[in-house]
Design a protein around this ligand. Sequence first.
Ligand SMILES: Nc1ncnc2c1ncn2[C@@H]1O[C@H](COP(=O)(O)OP(=O)(O)OP(=O)(O)O)[C@@H](O)[C@H]1O
Length: 286
Amino acid sequence: MSTVSIGGLSKRYGATVALDDLDLELGTGVTGFLGPNGAGKTTLLRALATALAADRGRLRLLGLDPAVSGQRTELRRRIGYLPQSPGLYPQFTAYQLLDYVAVLKELTDGRRRRAEVRRVLDEVELTDRAGTKVRKLSGGMRQRLALAQALLGEPQLLILDEPTVGLDPEQRMLFRSLISRLGERRTVLLSTHQTEDVGALCERVVVMNSGRAVFDGSPRELIAVADGRVWLSTTAPSGSRAYWRNADGLYRTLGDQPEGARPGQPSLEDGYLLLLGASARMGAQR
Ligand SMILES: Nc1ncnc2c1ncn2[C@@H]1O[C@H](COP(=O)(O)OP(=O)(O)OP(=O)(O)O)[C@@H](O)[C@H]1O
């Protein structure tokens, strides 16, 4: 069942088309949005978080219409949003910051609010940093704190814009397990440039390019885009520029088979790169 329904969504900034007549139906679980810089991911997530009004189109989120002011207010209570550059007050402690956001989210009962702040601190494993000022937290801890503010009030729709950016591998693992746990009961939408994150935790992946969804399917289906189009050779292929040298010293080529090359195992990144190449060629023909 759809929890997020997007119909004909369009947004321009002057001459720049950020969202181009986008249609999508999304449900419970983790959906990842991949796409090059400027593809429209942040614009879409901001529109879904009710932080930006589109020029045209319809949205239905958790059964509510954000264009209707009463429903928008109700929706904001049920949405958790981690923006791309979350502004966290550096002088606040982790606890004070969450308590402040909880007040803004209308958790007015003091006892319930304190319990909720402690719950989200625990969820992101920052309980022992509750009294630490934001400016003294590491980048990864700040990102976890930003996620914690999005989790206040147990939102059914979680919107996370590049949640793993700047995290070291250990912190990324922590984030991945947290996000996949959250997706068991909620609709989680996340944008990322990390194809490994998508492979590890998303049931569904939407690839965006130039404000459109150029792919919508499972990670397995995205890998399948590269079936029969990944090649390995011991020497650099002549005539092709779409190749690189692996750690094992072999040249990996995407697309047509270079002379003497043998088939390689496709990855999600291969599928993504081939898809973007194809969609760029189609865009040039339009
Ligand atoms: N406030 C704005 N004013 C003008 N143009 C904007 C604005 N916000 C976004 N854009 C433009 O809209 C397009 C889509 O941007 P958006 O940030 O949604 O892409 P993105 O896929 O999130 O990119 P990234 O991966 O770099 O974050 C880009 O061409 C961008 O330059």
